[in-house]
Ligand binder design. Structure first.
Ligand code: SF4
Ligand code: SF4
Length: 435
């Protein structure tokens, strides 16, 4: 297939070699699981279990009648010890169900749709909702809603995101290598739900083993594989649509406005588990890496596992961690404590040393324009730093700040270490408050 590419982008050192050939390993059971009652974009859930109640693995523990929600489930069998505010990786604290594992791993009754080929779209979407499937590439948008676009949206293409362009991370890559068939079956289910003929997987050319596996497994399926030149942030939805399909999503519009639904390949595997096995989303493949980590690994961790347990398993030296990040180094969230749990959107835990974070003092802007050239959204990052310095938040709107995908390419490329990311995040928050 033809490759179109996208404007801008940068080439950070990919640092994937530490874990790209490491087979996934299941981490040991922690003493306590901390399962937050919000792990999706939307309304927080209410607990549907009580303190002291015994729960089974896969049993629903939180739900809501609100539209934009996705239920959560117990990641193992055990006892609900507490329901209270606890450290949350995306901001401060949030209401959390504490589950003490009993070590038995007893599953609740599961209800797979064995003959999914004969099921209706509504039955499949209901099962995906009930199993708590969300986009596991980071945004955590409820999958059953994304797969049910408005009737006037003319969807003709399902695009699978296998770019995993963030440095260090290999969770999607390993899933594709080790569970190729599961991913492809999941894609077939997604295709049936969306009733589309055109199905494309976009992957970067630094994932040779996964590409080889996919090329073999896709023969005769009608699913197209597009191998893209590695370039960050190719995993952004709008960038991947442009690079793989040549379609431009206009400012303020969504992929569905150009006929496309994008799903992460990990989400496709989760959809397979939900439909064919009846299993809810209760575990994640997480890459644990960074120079502070003695033994980097790709771990299969239960949702709710404290990241301190992942760091200990990989023999991280916490003394030399300069920045602890959940996710990748470009778009991940810095953590102030390793008590925070793995959630549905967690794909990496990085213990970065000073050598890797390379924090230098900002110098005056030299007007080189490199940030403008690197911006994949065609924005003027140079202006955000200048306007932010003088608190001119109203002006941020003029420069389309809300189109920024917070990819960090501008900050990465800036030779003067201008605090672009900080200005952009603050500027977006201020503009949101103006509405
Ligand atoms: S302005 Fe936003 S979208 Fe553009 S490079 Fe910077 S962070 Fe990325
Ligand atoms: S890259 Fe940095 S120094 Fe160059 S124009 Fe942008 S903000 Fe200024």
């Amino acid at each position: 297939m033809k490759i179109f590419g996208f404007k801008g982008g940068v080439h950070p050192a990919d640092n994937k070699s530490q874990t790209e050939n490491m087979q996934t390993e299941r981490i040991s059971m922690p003493k306590m699981l901390y399962i937050p009652l919000i792990q999706h974009i939307g309304t927080p859930l209410e607990p549907v279990v009580a303190i002291g109640e015994k729960v089974l693995k896969g049993q629903k523990i939180g739900d809501s009648k609100a539209f934009l929600t996705s239920p959560i489930h117990s990641s193992t069998s055990g006892v609900v010890k507490k329901i209270e505010n606890y450290d949350f990786p995306l901001m401060g604290k949030t209401r959390t169900v504490f589950i003490e594992p009993d070590g038995e791993e007893v599953w609740c009754e599961l209800f797979p749709i064995k003959t999914w080929e004969n099921a209706t779209k509504e039955e499949l979407l209901e099962k995906i909702r009930e199993c708590g499937i969300v986009g596991i590439g980071g945004a955590s948008f409820p999958t059953h809603i994304k797969l049910n676009p408005p009737a006037d949206a003319k969807i003709d293409t399902l695009l699978l995101n296998a770019a995993e362009c963030e440095p260090y991370l290999n969770s999607d890559n390993r899933l594709l290598i080790e569970n190729t068939e599961k991913v492809i079956m999941g894609i077939k289910i997604l295709k049936k739900i969306l009733s589309v003929e055109n199905v494309v997987i976009g992957i970067e050319d630094n994932k040779k083993e996964a590409i080889g596996k996919l090329e073999l497994a896709l023969k005769g399926t009608g699913i197209n594989l597009v191998v893209l030149k590695t370039l960050y942030p190719q995993g952004g939805e709008k960038q991947l649509i442009k690079a793989a399909l040549g379609r431009e999503v206009p400012s303020g519009k969504l992929p569905l406005n150009v006929g496309v639904v994008v799903q992460n390949t990990g989400t496709a595997a989760a959809v397979f588990s939900a439909i064919v096995e009846g299993k809810p989303l209760i575990e994640k493949v997480v890459t644990v890496s960074g120079l502070a980590v003695e033994k980097p690994k790709n771990l299969i961790a239960l949702i709710g596992t404290p990241i301190s347990h992942l760091l200990d398993t990989c023999e991280a030296n916490k003394e030399v961690i300069d920045r602890l990040i959940m996710g990748g180094p470009m778009m991940g969230m810095a953590q102030y404590t390793s008590d925070v749990p793995v959630i549905k959107g967690t794909s990496g835990v990085l213990g970065l040393t000073k050598k890797e974070t390379n924090r230098c003092k900002p110098r005056p802007c030299i007007g080189c324009g490199k940030c403008v050239d690197a911006c994949p959204m065609g924005l003027m990052p140079i202006m955000y730093a200048r306007l932010g310095e003088f608190n001119l938040w109203e002006e941020f709107k003029t420069y389309n700040i809300m189109d920024c995908i917070e990819c960090g390419s501008c900050a990465y490329i800036c030779p003067s270490n201008r605090p672009l990311t900080e200005s952009i995040k603050l500027g977006k928050a201020k503009v949101r408050m103006m509405k």
